[in-house]
Design a binder for this molecule. Structure first.
Ligand SMILES: *[C@@H]1O[C@H](CO)[C@@H](O)[C@H](O)[C@H]1NC(C)=O
Ligand SMILES: *[C@@H]1O[C@H](CO)[C@@H](O)[C@H](O)[C@H]1NC(C)=O
Ligand SMILES: *[C@@H]1O[C@H](CO)[C@@H](O)[C@H](O)[C@H]1NC(C)=O
Ligand SMILES: *[C@@H]1O[C@H](CO)[C@@H](O)[C@H](O)[C@H]1NC(C)=O
Ligand SMILES: *[C@@H]1O[C@H](CO)[C@@H](O)[C@H](O)[C@H]1NC(C)=O
Length: 421
């Protein structure tokens, strides 16, 4: 195992450099009201376990030669549906050696903490991050649970606050004198450098055989959120489609580096989070994550839902398009993991998932902070909550995500749609 299981509280990594108050997500520059500090991560996918592909039956064999019209294609599919469906949906991962994850605070274990503790410098190549028991979930983060549940190595490149690209939705973090490190500009280059790195003892740093390494991408929470697309704060002219195209371009880079198994996690139901929720469902007004939130929080919630479901439908249709029609990733296997439905299932049936001592609670949250974000108090029952704070899933939610992620990579999750090229 590449990662030791030494427990190092995240505070030891330097949040205290920024504030004497107890560490918590999003407070690192609370002294100077800085609107660009939302922590969060997301990515998006959408699924049902047994998709009924409507693309041409012949495309599995000749994916780069699209047929000329849709109707002959569907009759061809009707001719031999099971063979073509099997070819396209052959996930077939035999073994999980490693999980390489990309994303934002929903996935970050310790990277942003490193940047902050080191005045904005990135971790060195070959960095082995400590296990954190104080991530944005209020506890351990889901990739760590995947490693506990499967024994796999994890290489977690996610950074709290990340977006896909700072060319689309840049957000400044004063504590590092720069924009939040993003997937395109930081996470992918860091992964590629690590994947080539040989340690002083002559051993390759990364264990990532193509047939037993899964690459996960869950990015979009910040891209779609406050101080980004939600508030029309993007670089002028950029759109949701620039963001989703960016995601596929990052998958291109992983593919070019040898990645063949991908889990694309879709956008969480952000309109159900307290930060973006409807007022009648516990949605909040101004908070430490968004001190200048507009007064019509219903409008904010509707807009967020619109964005989340739009992105998820783009993923739903673009993944099979890229694999089957465009042949963009020959020999690759994709699972689109439906985080939207998984987290919605917890939201609408919380007592089936949440197991703290307080009543199960999907609309409230565990860690309550003042508007400045420097005085916070947790309940004594974190596992009762879907949300750790106004934006982030709790540790219990992360355990549920990890458990379902393991089912996804086993090829047997109702939350995944599988596509192969
Ligand atoms: C899975 O991969 C690991 C590491 O590469 C290897 O030690 C193990 O034997 C493999 N297991 C199977 C069932 O292939
Ligand atoms: C931290 O980085 C900033 C910007 O790069 C620099 O101006 C400042 O001097 C650095 N602080 C320390 C303590 O090194
Ligand atoms: C708030 O926004 C909602 C949804 O756009 C709209 O129906 C409602 O009229 C708005 N309320 C006010 C007070 O403007
Ligand atoms: C809730 O369940 C998880 C396993 O999913 C367990 O690790 C955790 O300790 C439980 N929490 C409580 C408060 O019992
Ligand atoms: C859920 O938690 C919130 C605190 O965030 C609390 O105000 C609310 O009463 C709780 N709801 C239930 C059903 O316990």
């Amino acid at each position: 195992m590449r990662f030791s299981h030494t427990i190092v509280p995240i505070a030891a990594l330097g949040f205290s450099v920024v504030s004497a108050a107890p560490p918590q997500w999003g407070q690192e520059n609370h002294g100077a009201p800085q609107p660009h500090e939302t922590w969060g991560n997301h990515y998006y996918a959408q699924a049902s376990s047994a998709p009924a592909p409507s693309s041409p039956a012949s495309s599995a064999a000749a994916p780069s030669a699209p047929t000329s019209s849709a109707s002959p294609a569907s009759s061809a599919a009707a001719t031999c549906p099971s063979a073509s469906a099997a070819a396209r949906n052959a996930w077939g991962l035999k073994n999980l050696t490693s999980l390489v994850s990309f994303g934002d605070s929903y996935t970050d274990e310790n990277r942003l903490a490193y940047f902050i503790a080191n005045n904005g410098s990135a971790p060195p190549v070959g960095y082995v991050g400590p296990v954190s028991t104080m991530t944005a979930s209020g506890g351990r983060v889901w990739p760590r649970y995947v490693s506990y549940y499967t024994g796999c190595n994890i290489y977690d490149y996610a950074v709290s606050g990340a977006v896909c690209s700072n060319e689309i939705t840049p957000r400044i973090l004063n504590a590092i004198h720069a924009n939040f490190p993003s997937v395109k500009e930081y996470e992918i280059p860091a992964f590629i450098a690590d994947s080539k790195y040989v340690e002083p003892n002559g051993q390759k740093y990364m264990k990532n055989p193509a047939d037993s390494t899964v690459y996960s991408m869950w990015i979009g929470t910040n891209d779609l959120g406050d101080k980004a697309l939600l508030t029309d704060s993007q670089v002028p002219g950029k759109t949701i489609v620039d963001y989703t195209n960016c995601v596929f371009e990052q998958l291109d880079s992983i593919y070019a580096n040898g990645g063949r198994y991908f889990v694309l996690q879709n956008i969480a139901p952000l309109q159900l989070s307290p930060l973006y929720g409807l007022p009648e469902n516990g949605g909040v007004g101004p908070s430490h994550y968004w001190p200048d939130k507009p007064s019509n929080i219903t409008e904010v919630s509707y807009r967020m839902k619109e964005s989340a479901v739009t992105v998820n439908d783009i993923y739903k249709y673009q993944v099979p398009y890229e694999l089957i029609v465009a042949n963009r990733y020959p020999g690759a296997h994709f699972a689109v993991m439906d985080m939207y439905t998984l987290i919605s299932d917890i939201y609408y049936n919380p007592s089936a998932y949440l197991n703290g001592t307080l009543p199960a609670n999907a609309t409230g949250w565990d860690n309550h902070c003042n508007l400045a974000g420097n005085v916070c108090a947790r309940t004594n029952s974190p596992d009762s909550f879907l949300w750790y704070d106004e934006l982030h899933p709790s540790e219990q939610t992360d355990r549920i995500i990890a458990k379902n992620f393991v089912d996804v990579i086993k090829g047997a999750s109702k939350y995944a749609t599988y596509w192969s090229s």
